[in-house]
Design a binder for this molecule. Structure first.
Ligand SMILES: Nc1ncnc2c1ncn2[C@@H]1O[C@H](COP(=O)(O)OP(=O)(O)O)[C@@H](O)[C@H]1O
Ligand SMILES: CC(=O)N[C@@H](CCC(=O)OP(=O)(O)O)C(=O)O
Length: 297
C-alpha cells in the first residue's frame, strides 16, 4: 500500500503542513475519541504510525482518547483453546470462559501493547478498563433482533452500557496523559461484561462532548452493494442500508456507535481506513476528506 505522506513531492508535503495550521488552532484543547479497531492493528509498522499520530495530536494541543478493539486477537486466543467465536448481529456470544479470554486479551495484551507503543513514541499513555474509576457501568444486553423487535437474542456476558463516569479520563487528560480504554464494563454484582468497542467509543465521545469521533477499521469506509465508498451518510440513508442488508457483521455496531454519537452532538464522526498510513492525521489536519462521514440528519 502506498504511503500518502512519504510518497509525495516535497512541495506538496509543505502544502500539507501549511494546511494543518488552521486545524491545529480549531481543535486546540478539543477531545478527539479514536476507536482503534482490532482489524486495523494487525501490522506492526502501522501500529507504530498510529502511536506517533496520537502523540502528535497531543503535542499540538488536542486531547486524544483511544478506545481499542481486538476482535481478531480474541479470536486467535480462543482458537488456541480449541474454541471458535460466534457472533449475532456483530456481537460476540460471550460465555464465562470466553469472558475470561476477552479480559486477558483486551486488558492484558492489546491495551498494554498500545500503551507501550504510545510511550515509545514519546507520549504518556495510561491503560484503563471500564472498571477503573468506575468508568463503564453495564448490564446484560438484551439484543433485539433486527428483523423482529419482539425477538431477543441471549448473547451471554455482553454488556449494555448503563452509565459512563468520565472523571478518570478527564483527570488523566488534564495531566497530559493519553487514556487508552479497553471495552470492558462492570455490573451491579461486580461481574465483567464484554462490550463492543465501537459502542464504547460512541458513548464515550458523547459523554466527553468530543469534537470528533474517528473509527479506524479495515475497509475504506462504508461501502455500497457494489463495493463503492459512500463518503457521506445521514441517519435516513443508514436506515435504508440496514434494511437492504448492505451493512452487516462488525459494521452494524460500528454504525450504531457512530450514529449515536452524531445524534448526541459529536460534531464530526468518521469511519476511516486504519490500514492507510497516517489516515487519521490527514483526516484531522488537512482539507482532504477520508472514509465515510456519519451525519445525524
Ligand atoms: N457496507 C459495509 N461496508 C464496509 N464494511 C462492511 C459493510 N458491511 C459489513 N462490513 C464488514 O465490517 C467489517 C468492519 O467491522 P469489524 O470487523 O468489526 O472491524 P473492527 O475490528 O475495525 O471493528 C469490514 O471488514 C467488513 O467485513
Ligand atoms: C460484544 C463484542 O462483540 N465485543 C468485542 C470486543 C472487541 C471489539 O469490539 O473488537 P473490534 O473493534 O476489533 O471488533 C469482541 O468480543 O470481539
Amino acid at each position: 500500500m502506498t504511503d500518502p505522506v512519504l510518497n509525495i513531492p516535497p512541495r506538496d508535503k509543505a502544502e500539507i503542513l501549511a494546511q494543518a495550521l488552521p486545524y491545529i488552532r480549531k481543535f486546540h484543547g478539543k477531545t478527539i475519541v479514536i476507536k482503534y479497531g482490532g482489524n486495523a492493528m494487525t501490522d506492526p509498522a502501522l501500529q507504530a504510525d498510529f502511536a506517533e499520530d496520537v502523540v502528535l495530536l497531543k503535542l499540538v494541543g488536542m486531547n486524544p482518547v483511544v478506545v481499542h478493539g481486538g476482535g481478531p486477537q480474541i479470536e486467535a486466543a480462543l482458537n488456541r483453546l480449541g474454541k471458535k467465536g460466534h457472533f449475532i448481529q456483530g456481537m460476540r456470544v460471550t460465555d464465562d470462559e470466553t469472558m475470561e479470554v476477552v479480559e486477558w486479551v483486551l486488558a492484558g495484551e492489546v491495551q498494554q501493547d498500545i500503551v507501550g507503543l504510545i510511550n515509545q513514541a514519546g507520549g504518556k499513555a495510561v491503560g484503563l478498563t471500564g472498571r477503573d474509576g468506575g468508568l463503564i457501568r453495564a448490564q446484560k444486553l438484551k439484543l433485539a433482533d433486527r428483523n423482529d423487535p419482539n425477538l431477543h437474542h441471549d448473547v451471554g456476558l455482553v454488556g449494555d452500557i448503563v452509565a459512563i463516569d468520565p472523571s478518570v479520563v478527564k483527570a488523566l487528560q488534564d495531566d497530559a496523559f493519553i487514556p487508552v480504554v479497553s471495552p470492558i464494563g462492570f455490573g451491579e454484582n461486580n461481574e465483567s461484561y464484554n462490550i463492543n468497542a465501537d459502542v464504547v467509543a460512541g458513548k464515550l465521545a458523547t459523554v466527553l462532548k468530543a469534537e470528533k469521533l474517528m473509527l479506524l477499521t479495515n475497509t475504506p469506509g462504508v461501502l455500497d452493494k457494489n463495493g463503492k465508498l459512500l463518503t457521506n451518510l445521514s441517519a435516513r440513508e443508514i436506515d435504508e442500508l440496514f434494511a437492504d442488508g448492505t451493512i452487516s457483521g462488525g459494521m452494524l455496531p460500528k454504525i450504531e456507535g457512530a450514529l449515536d454519537a452524531a445524534k448526541s452532538g459529536v460534531n464530526a464522526v468518521h469511519i476511516i481506513d486504519g490500514r492507510v498510513p497516517h489516515a487519521m492525521l490527514l483526516e484531522i489536519l488537512t482539507d482532504q476528506a477520508y472514509g465515510t462521514m456519519i451525519r445525524a440528519r
